[in-house]
Ligand binder design. Structure first.
Ligand code: PAF
Length: 281
């Protein structure tokens, strides 16, 4: 496995493997890898000849007061895990390499970034879209792999790729969960053991909502109120949102008439946790 640290070296490598006819897959990450990331790497291993994993804590997607400086990092462990998964390359650029100057170019995907996490984290998705656009241009993968836990993120990236004609296939992989159902996230490490236990309510509330819908409940208010009550009973610091949205537009739905994305963002202790579930009535 190679570790590539500069943009130029990464571009040269990608050009070479593409010229040889290899199918390349990119798994963009911010490191501190867990089973969720590794499931993306395994899928990339199945789909591509050359698997490139980027590890880059992207400053432009963190707002003022967010956890950029404390974001968990463990490069040595990441290398070890990726060696075991047979990844071919880790792309680990420096911030100064990715942003030699502050970017004057902004990638703003309208509408899809307005609600859900976009409302609580202004500028976040511009930062994500900018860095993913840069990574796609540097690595030039045939396929790029994202997790469904960050449903809004993958929707924004899909739309950016379509609108800007990036020549890449976006593959979205299922949420990977702990045994009690908590969605895996690097930010789970912020939780104390008590918060960690209480946080399992996020998935439980999504399961309950799915059960209600399958049993015929069609009132969005009734479903979201039930979810809020369940989550509130576990004393989170704050519920950022509990929403039911159209999975294509990410706009709130007023009734259950087709597939619906139930999405939550809740703060337990220092961690802001997100989760979602796509439900067919
Ligand atoms: O999901 C993440 O880890 C990040 O948002 C991503 C896609 C790697 C961009 O920095």
């Amino acid at each position: 496995m190679e570790i590539v640290r500069t943009v130029h070296e990464m571009q040269t490598y990608s050009d070479e493997v593409r010229a040889q006819g290899s199918i390349t897959g990119l798994v963009p990450t911010m490191g501190y890898l867990h089973e969720g990331h590794l499931s993306l790497v395994r899928r990339a291993r199945e789909d591509a000849d050359i698997v490139i994993v980027s590890i880059f804590v992207n400053p432009t997607q963190f707002g003022p007061g967010e956890d950029l400086s404390t974001y968990p990092r463990d490069f040595e462990s990441d290398v070890h895990l990726l060696e075991k998964e047979n990844a071919d390359v880790i792309f680990n650029p420096a911030v100064s390499g990715m942003y030699p100057e502050p970017s004057l170019t902004n990638v703003y995907v309208h509408k899809l970034t307005q609600g859900l996490c976009g409302a609580d984290r202004p500028g976040h998705f511009e930062g994500v879209a900018l860095v993913v656009a840069k990574l796609l241009n540097i690595v030039k993968p045939h396929k790029a792999f994202f997790g469904a836990k960050d449903f809004q993120q993958q929707a924004v990236i899909r739309r950016m790729v379509t609108d800007l004609n990036f020549d890449v296939e976006i593959v979205t992989c299922p949420v990977v969960r702990e045994r009690d159902g908590l969605a895996m996230s690097s930010r789970n490490m912020y939780l104390t053991s008590d918060e960690r236990e209480r946080a399992a309510v996020l998935n439980q509330s999504l399961e309950e909502a799915e059960r209600l819908i399958k049993e015929g409940e069609r009132s969005v208010d009734a479903i979201l109120n039930r979810m809020r009550t369940m989550i509130q009973s576990k004393n989170p610091v704050k519920i950022d949102y509990v929403s039911a949205v159209d999975p294509d537009t990410l706009e709130p739905v007023t009734g259950i008439r087709g597939p619906v994305l139930l999405a939550v963002a809740v703060r337990f202790g220092k961690a802001r946790l997100v989760d979602n579930r796509l439900v067919e009535p």
